[in-house]
Design a protein around this ligand. Sequence first.
Ligand code: OXD
Ligand code: MN
Length: 609
Amino acid sequence: MNVNDIAHSGLKQWILDFAELATPENIVIADGSSAQYDELVAQQIAGGYCVPLNPEKKPGCIAYNSDPSDVARVENRTYIAAKTKEAAGPTNNWIDPDQLKTDMTGLYRGCMKGRTLYAIPFSMGPVGSPIAKIGVELTDSAYVVINMMIMTRVGSKVLDVLGTDGAFVPCYHSVGKPLAEGESDNGVWPCAPIEKKYISHFPETREIWSYGSGYGGNALLGKKCLALRIASVLARDEGWLAEHMLILKVTNPEGKSIFVTGAFPSACGKTNLAMLIPTIPGWKVETVGDDIAWMKYGADGQLYAINPEAGFFGVAPGTSTESNLNAMVSASKNSIFTNCAITEDKDIWWEGIGYDAPGTLIDWHGNEWVQDKGNKEQKTAAHPNARFTAPASQCPSIASEWEDPKGVPISAILFGGRRASTVPLVHQSSNWNHGVFLGSIVGSEITAAALDLKVGSIRRDPFAMLPFCGYNMGDYFQHWINVGKAAKDQTKLPKIFYVNWFRKTAEGKWLWPGFGENSRVLKWVFESCQGTAKSVETPIGTMPTLDAIDRPAGVSEDDMKQLLYVDVKGWLKEVDDIRTNHYPKFGDHLPKELAEFLDQMEAKLKAAL
Ligand code: OXD
Ligand code: MN
């Protein structure tokens, strides 16, 4: 398909205008066909940009190594260029949009010299679904095209929905490395130095301009940029929720099902929870999505969620048949691996894959690597943020409803993070606004998914949206409160829970085994939604009684007491931290409901001392 075949004259002109600025050698339209996917993969292999994996062990799979500087999202180079700094809020980087556009237009001038401009029409959400949104990404990265073909719905079918004048979110992307006459990347991952990387969002005009990085979250613009940052703005204006949440289906032994969404900061095991295999007999968990949920009220007054994505961009290290069999099967064929290690027989390997590295590997830097288990200082073979890109349709636990254009009805919302102390295994909010409070105080230990933060320290990550909210986070809290108020029937609102799989003893021992055993907590959540759970009221909310959750092997009665203990002193410290360090950031954008709730909770905790 040629650019002149595009029936949408606005889209065609927009592509041609950008081509005039970026001066690519040629223009290719991503039609979404498997023939085009195969052709691009063959070109990438021939150019030495990726290697094909063993067709017996990993059929249809390829592996890339990125530039060592281009391995994660760059939060300090990510901008919400709203008209005012206040509209972007205290948690986002801001540059005046006119200034930013001037600077970036300078960078885009000639940026695709010697390269191909790919135009990727994509749909977030099932093509044609009333909840779906269409974007078009212009990129000079073939890696981006093939990843987008897995992660989103791409091509001619999207152009058909756009018709001659449909609306789309325009997205520019360039790796930021123009080629001189006759020059080639020679198989090396192209990107720009950090000070030239920009991941920019223009919320008022709903545009995304990305430059200088080829890494997933910075370059696959349908995911974090459109489906979260821009969609959060659309959701605010249109009365729905665009959230950094997994969606799962839980079915009890009697065959009754509920759907649950869950927000956890990056690398807290969201993908593992979405694909969990229950350890409790008769219970079933199925997957609708592992990263993003868009929730809207249906005509029946219930909140319905869709997964706008079509694939998983999962963190590889730590994923094994033990920790997440469904993810391993999802990524066993037709998948793309980034920054993993390669074995001699061309299979992938990473730390935590469940078996020792066989023989001499090629590590993510492209060097030979032999595992030395005695050497704690040994550099890892895979980057800690190495990824697999796998089609969701290949997931053995995918729910039959996962592409239902009307979405799935949500009964419960979970929040959680990595907290070694204070926060119990699970507690339930007493109402919607209390749930908004719980979302607003989510905190977690820092992991490797974000390049520019200190690993190991704790940061508040409200709703797990800190890096993804496209406007003032105080206003976003208010939006959540407003969505609750807008419910036609308050009893149909999802119940809200806070879970913490990461509690440790004072000696640093894990108190809860996690993974499949988390199904025991999902069972209590399920029963709470049915009104049959055994529970007690506490100053922090509703909690399971000590015997409400069956203990897994290795968890003693004493461990369970610690897991379900209300640490009044710890929570009072938490209240203090929220009041002095967290909430003041939002100034008068902080909803009064949240400040009031904090006072009430403090009074309850003090009374319990
Ligand atoms: C992700 C993230 O990649 O949240 O999903 O960082
Ligand atoms: Mn995520």
